[in-house]
Design a protein around this ligand. Structure first.
Ligand code: DGT
Ligand code: CA
Ligand code: ZN
Length: 579
């Protein structure tokens, strides 16, 4: 058991106690214990081994005893007993957004509902609305939450699927029968979530490739095993489809299965206009006797070229004007991972991060960056150990000291300042003035009506200290929907105030959404690709930000953190517009 698993058991105990309707103090002790253990990291297990759990502040005698049992035996009787008191599917219902333990307990007790299907039926039959303190609105929200949950369960995060797919691709790449292999589908197009993973292989010996594929150690079950197509499922539930084609067919098939469907339709229409025919098997000229003659293409570049088009990067293949742009030679030169010189918005141990200021700075320098902006949480985010004004002042001092030591590397002093419910910022102006830059974000009061939420954001942006907007919509992919927001109104305000917008590169966020960047760019709004890293390892999230920025048609010049240190310093100082 590692420390995170131990923390998860405590979390679950807290939830089960809440479901039971136990005293909140008891519940909180377990939640706090979980936080403490997460913070301790690997030190926790060492201290447990040395019998020193009782020395840890926040862990009392009773909890320490339970932890001893859990760490030494891998299970905890108290936890098992609690679990046995509830039907096994009940806990899963807590994944429904807007349904907490308290209400679930009320529903479970009154209606005997304990599975997702039962709960859906109870909502559809208006039995939930009839419960005291519930009503139609709550019931509708629960129903919507159930639908979202089902939608989420059919997809995977790009991040998760890509690492699995890359592993399989590289395992097969070296196989002697594999001539070419590529990831296709939504994964190749860098969609933020994907339903499955499509692979295309060029080979003259498909049987051998298929046998190797279904025999990979990652494969949990084989869904179909054929010579042209096989499908397998991995342990995490991800389905991988592999298609084998003759080497000469590879470019056409790869293009077809990369999609999107809409892009393919646009391409076929273009082919028709040129008197050609395009399908998944190839691009054809129709000869005199009505016979189809294949137009030979060695790769996708030649395929596009045969249609009079520049190569369209897979990220852009969404039928959003890319075919016309390729025809007119005005596809953007998309931003590349190597273009970044730094990033803003990372957290440290000062708030809820795992690494110190210096560790974060050194890790950024190791990535070849010239600067790093620190943006720990502000005081209202107390659950994330947000900084009091006094602590932020001290942090600024510490950063100044570090900057002297680490020059020419530069740490920018910033803050991820909460946008309070009324649009006021979480620190006073005299403190905000002393920061190099300010990210503003919404972390609470998510369920405001659209008009209020929009006014709140627009008001916050009016503050002259604001440099950039953090994770614009608050969405958590496959977990939580965006809050209600008039994005166009926010874009207008950002353009007017010269506020940049973050592309939060955390794989669960990828927010602002790629579909909106074209509009933002047209308004002259800058993009900042931010890792929102809570550890040194998470600085690597920026690569997903770059992928989604590309998908949003952005070029290096559109992204603030592609600028070198001097340019960024100039950019940030220009923003100081106090009277
Ligand atoms: P996903 O899997 O939902 O994340 O998204 P995709 O785009 O990977 O969709 P998928 O796996 O169903 O199909 C892969 C590609 O195959 C798709 O992007 C385009 C092509 N394709 C599939 N069905 C059709 C179709 O009915 N018409 C056309 N033109 N292309 C299709
Ligand atoms: Ca797919
Ligand atoms: Zn945040």
């Amino acid at each position: 058991m590692d420390h995170l698993q131990v923390a998860a058991v405590l979390e679950e105990i807290a939830t089960l106690l809440e479901l039971k309707g136990e005293n909140p103090f008891k519940t909180r002790a377990y939640q706090q214990g979980a936080r403490v253990i997460e913070k301790l990291g690997a030190d926790f297990l060492r201290m447990a081994e040395e019998g020193r759990l009782r020395e840890i502040p926040g862990i009392g005698e009773a909890l320490a005893k339970k932890l001893d049992e859990l760490v030494t035996t891998g299970r905890l009787e108290f936890h098992q007993q609690l679990r046995d008191e509830f039907p096994p599917d009940l806990l899963a219902l807590l994944k429904i957004s807007g349904l907490g333990p308290k209400r679930l307990r009320a529903i479970h007790t009154a209606l005997g509902v304990s599975t997702l299907d039962e709960l859906r039926r109870a909502c559809e039959e208006d039995r939930v609305a009839a419960l005291p303190g519930m009503g139609n609105k709550s019931q509708a929200k629960i129903l919507e939450g159930i639908q979202n949950l089902q939608r989420y369960s059919e997809r995977f995060l790009l991040y998760e699927a890509l690492s699995e797919a890359e592993e399989i691709r590289s395992a097969l790449e070296g196989h002697p029968a594999v001539q070419r292999i590529s990831i296709a589908g939504s994964l190749r197009r860098c969609k933020e979530t994907v339903k499955d993973c499509d692979l295309v292989v060029a080979t003259e010996r498909p049987e051998e490739v298929m046998a190797a594929f279904v025999g990979l150690p990652q494969v949990e079950s084989v869904i179909a095993h054929g010579t042209t197509k096989s499908s397998v499922r991995l342990e995490n539930g991800l389905q991988i489809d592999l298609r084998c084609v003759e080497p000469f067919q590879f470019p056409y098939v790869l293009h077809h299965f990369t999609g999107s469907k809409e892009h393919n339709v646009a391409m076929r229409q273009r082919a028709l206009r040129l008197g050609l025919k395009m399908n998944e098997y190839g691009l054809f000229r129709v000869g005199k006797g009505e016979e189809e003659v294949l137009i030979e293409c060695a790769d996708e570049t030649e395929l596009f070229s045969a249609l009079g088009l520049d190569f369209i990067p897979p990220e852009l293949r969404e039928d959003r004007g890319e075919v016309t742009a390729a025809e007119e030679h005005r596809l953007p030169a998309l931003v590349e991972p190597g273009d970044l010189h730094g990033a803003f918005h990372v957290h440290t141990v000062w708030s809820d991060g795992a690494n110190t200021l210096e560790e974060m700075a050194l890790a950024a320098r190791d990535l070849g960056w010239d600067y790093l902006g620190i943006a720990d949480h502000s005081k209202s985010s107390y659950w994330a150990n947000g900084l009091s004004e006094e602590r932020l002042r001290r942090q600024i001092e510490e950063i100044q000291g570090l900057n002297e030591r680490l020059a020419p590397f530069r740490i920018f002093t910033g803050s991820e300042v909460d946008i309070l419910a009324d649009g006021v910022l979480d620190y006073p102006e005299d403190l905000l003035k002393d920061l190099d830059y300010v990210v503003i974000s919404v972390h609470q009061h998510f369920s405001m009506p659209e008009k209020e939420m929009t006014a709140r954001m627009v008001r916050a942006m009016e503050h002259p200290a604001v440099t950039m907007l953090g994770h614009l919509t608050g969405r958590l992919l496959l977990q939580r929907e965006p809050y209600a927001l008039d994005i166009d109104a926010v874009l207008d305000a950002a353009a007017n105030r010269g506020v940049a917008i973050e592309l939060n590169a955390n794989p669960y966020r990828l927010d602002m959404d790629w579909r909106v960047w074209n509009r933002a760019r047209a308004l002259g709004i800058g993009c900042v690709i931010n890792p929102d890293a809570h550890s040194t390892a998470q600085l690597a999230f920026t690569q997903f930000g770059v992928k989604l920025a590309r998908k949003g048609w952005l070029q290096a010049e559109d992204v603030w953190n592609t600028r070198g240190l001097r340019d960024v310093e100039r950019l940030l100082s220009k923003r100081r517009t106090w009277a």
